[in-house]
Design a protein around this ligand. Structure first.
Ligand SMILES: [Zn+2]
Length: 221
């Protein structure tokens, strides 16, 4: 029996009973805290990384955590973003890239994608990030270039995200925050984009103010 089938049986017998109340509450509706856009890569476990329960993240995944810029053509990402932002009114959107990303490797070396025409076309949405890396670091080592591309791709997709009308409207209103992250599979580190510094910093540093506010609230409670 495949491991994942065994898992469902274990979930029903052991995990579900422990969280029965939560699942019953969730059957009435959802109010997720964030739209979480990340890569399809099997090594990213969103619930584990963010320590969230079902109902907390509205998740969209695709090769390369890409958000195509808004056009009048309907696609899965466009519809999902519109639903999360305009209907569910998520207060946050996170775009999360990751180390060892096969999609980003392909974007850097599109010659290797001859037998994957759809992947090749899809990665066209990351081309501006590749061009930025080629311009800024023409002589950097492959490792440095790849890290740079992971970050530049997240920044580019944040830019694309802003072209979606539902996102633009909520940003203008000031009740939506967008975040760019890169997750390191090997170390568990998460870098978060700091717009003021124009660089990625460790997540605890990036959200130091929010963490401090939460700590003082916990202490006074
Ligand atoms: Zn990936």
């Amino acid at each position: 029996m495949p491991h994942f089938v065994k898992g469902v049986i274990k979930f029903q017998n052991e995990v579900y009973p422990e969280k029965k109340e939560l699942f019953e509450k969730l059957s009435k509706g959802q109010a997720p805290e964030a739209l979480f856009i990340t890569c399809s890569d099997s090594r990213i476990e969103t619930a584990m990384i963010t320590q969230t329960d079902p109902g907390e993240l509205f998740i969209c995944r695709n090769a390369g955590n890409i958000v195509p810029p808004h056009t009048n053509q309907t696609g899965a990402m466009t519809a999902s973003i519109e639903f999360a932002v305009a209907a569910l009114k998520v207060p946050h959107i996170v775009i999360c890239g990751h180390t060892e990303c096969g999609a980003m490797k392909g974007a850097l070396e599109p010659e290797g994608l001859a037998s994957l025409p759809h992947v090749k076309e899809w990665l066209g949405f990351s081309k501006a990030a590749v061009d930025v890396v080629r311009e800024l670091a023409p002589d950097a080592s492959p490792k440095v270039r790849m890290q740079m591309l992971l970050e530049q791709n997240v920044i580019l997709q944040l830019t694309h995200l802003r072209t979606h009308p539902s996102v633009a409207a909520r940003l203008a209103k000031g009740d939506l925050k967008i975040h760019g992250w890169v997750y390191d599979i090997e170390t568990g580190a998460v870098g978060a984009y700091d717009e003021a510094l124009n660089e990625f910093v460790p997540v605890d540093e990036r959200y130091a103010k929010e963490v401090a506010a939460l700590m003082s609230k916990d202490c006074s409670a």
